[in-house]
Design a binder for this molecule. Sequence first.
Ligand code: NAD
Ligand code: MG
Length: 393
Amino acid sequence: MKRITILGATGSIGQNTLDLIRRDRDAYQVVALTGGRNIAQLARDAMEFGAEIAVTARDDLLDDLRAALSGSAVRAAAGAGAVAEAGARPADWVMSAIVGAAGLPPGLAALEQGATLALANKETLVAAGPLVMETAARHGARILPVDSEHSAIFQALIGEDIGAVRRVVITASGGAFRDWPLDALAKASLEQASTHPNWNMGQRITIDSASMFNKALEVIEAREFFGLDPAQIEVLVHPESLVHALVGFCDGALLAHVGPHDMRHAIGYALNWPERRPLPVDALDLAAIGQLNFRAPDPARYPALGLAREVMEMRGLSGAVFNAAKERALDHFIAGRIGFLDMSDVVEEVLARLSAENGLIDAGITLDSVTRLDHLSRRCADAVVQEQCKKTG
Ligand code: NAD
Ligand code: MG
């Protein structure tokens, strides 16, 4: 039996993971499930799967979780420390599906105990790529990508020499506003930004898809995971989202990974690796689809992509700054304090201010330094937003 833990079990990726486990119950033993404020879902799943422990990230909800689990053998715990401890519990396979930088400590804990980490939480690699890869290597732990583009690249590279790779092409749907006139973007509403043309995902990654901050994070994620040179990573708008990524080799071959919009493929691939097993994913009818379209991303529409390039040049802790500033800008957009286009302005300003401070971004990458810069970047983003709000009244 494979012992598994799911960090972020109540979210979109977490629920898709449980869907696969449910279809083959006897093959898995669930160790820990973690969630946030959706206590009813967390308790229901923990009891259904007989988890050893259910953990909510919210300290204030411990009593609610205990009450929801009463009468069952599942233990309850709460708080960020308990989430990290859940990652440290002995398990063979840990799904990292928390949204945001909060996924880093439990992901590192899972690697430190030598578990295979199925990584949906791209923020982990953006904020602390070198630390995460080095921790995995030191403990003989494996990381398997779950982001669909990175799973696609990983699969295209099997049996290949990374030295023979000339480029990787990450596709992007273009998000909710890909066909909007540029001057309408400033007024885009939260509801409009929260609707994805192709994928059904959590709200935050859906808005990040509209702004292409998601793709910006994915470019950095690809650089950290595959050890590529930034110039080797391209982004291509592909409105159908059926080709997830392509890998180009030195002999001119370009291998594409094509599949439906169903995250259970990438999750199931990581779950069954190194084998391939049947998954409940529809076969594509390419004749019915007829055609696939591609176009270059417009830098004016998607400033986040340019910022990702700057971050890759800066190196050091700039990824932690970029991610934290983006998370805070997104919070402010969701709260209605700033407009859709202001998000990239805020992130750009935070990067400029913190990179101007001597020695801040060049410090060594440890969990402590990443956490410190994460907090500093969030405070800086808040200050930038406050200044903006004062200016516009
Ligand atoms: P979601 O919002 O649906 O779920 C997030 C999960 O994280 C929930 O269980 C929530 O309770 C938990 N959580 C939120 N804040 C937390 C905190 N501070 N501490 C601990 N737990 C917390 O998100 P999602 O769409 O499932 O995405 C999860 C991750 O996977 C993200 O990093 C996202 O970028 C990545 N990802 C998602 C998809 C997708 O299809 N949804 C695809 C590729 C990558
Ligand atoms: Mg993706």
